[in-house]
Design a protein around this ligand. Structure first.
Ligand code: ADP
Ligand code: MG
Length: 246
């Protein structure tokens, strides 16, 4: 059966830092429109996994196919593919010396994917979408953490990505700001965006994810629809993990 709605194919992915085999054979597919939540203990390799998907970490084994292209092949122009992979980090990583709108416009203009006026229009649309149209000319330092993260999401969306990767997007936020970011991510999911989300927000994983993956000891120990995943976990380590976080 042809499966051309697979966006990312991860085949036996390995990543070692020296003697430390952080990822020890991860195999999974991410299909178009899926929202995949990745959970696991601290240090289990969740960030390494996510960063491998756009080759911010170079795998030491296995392959990653993005839209059918093996991006782990050194001959591939990774920058071309990265343009289609949006990433949102825990620490926002906005450019402090640029306004909010300049942050959003930067990549599409710099990469000559849009003219200034196209990028400006896109930025205005995105600012409205993330609910911050009045912040266009503000500098990031003037924003709350929740607002910064919403702008970071808008900035990633400016490139019209095919998939969005989130690495604990709410972990650096004060508790009262977590909700506004999760709500935006939920809207994004409902709009059909393909998303891979490393998170400690079990509520989000339960309600929004189409699939949940538990990584521990370098491997996917369990993956399932959220209902089965949380109600009838099979892997003993997952059961232990859930007993601590739920
Ligand atoms: P998680 O996101 O699940 O907390 P990470 O992927 O950040 O875990 O880290 C997994 C392991 O890989 C940890 O032992 C960490 O120390 C190690 N690690 C991550 N990045 C590097 C690096 N650049 N150099 C060396 N070790 C690293
Ligand atoms: Mg991490």
């Amino acid at each position: 059966m042809s499966d051309n709605n697979i966006l990312l194919e991860v085949q036996g992915l390995k990543k070692a830092f020296g003697e430390n085999n952080v990822l020890d054979g991860i195999t999974t597919d991410i299909r178009q429109g899926e929202v995949v939540a990745v959970i696991g203990p601290s240090g289990s390799g969740k960030s390494t996994f996510l960063r491998s998907l756009n080759l911010l970490e170079v795998p030491t084994g296995g392959r990653i196919l993005f839209e059918g292209t093996d991006i782990t092949d050194p001959k591939v122009d990774i920058n071309r593919h990265r343009q289609k992979i949006g990433m949102v980090f825990q620490q926002f990583n906005l450019f402090p010396n640029m306004t909010v709108k300049e942050n959003i416009m930067l990549a599409p203009v710099k990469l000559k994917l849009m003219t200034q006026s196209e990028a400006s229009q896109k930025a205005d649309e995105l600012l409205a979408r993330v609910g911050l149209p009045e912040k266009a000319d503000t500098y990031p330092d003037m924003l709350s953490g929740g607002q910064k993260q919403r702008i970071a999401i808008a900035r990633a969306l400016a490139m019209n990505p095919d998939v969005m990767l989130f690495d604990e997007p709410t972990s650096a936020l004060d508790p009262e700001m977590v909700g506004e970011v999760l709500e935006l991510m939920k809207e994004l999911a409902e709009s059909g965006m393909t998303m891979v989300v490393v998170t400690h927000e079990m509520g989000f994983a339960k309600e929004v994810a189409s699939r949940v993956i538990f990584i521990d000891e370098g491997k996917i120990q369990e993956e399932n629809h959220p209902k089965e995943f949380f109600e009838t976990p099979k892997n003993p380590r997952l059961r232990e993990f859930l007993s601590k976080v739920l």
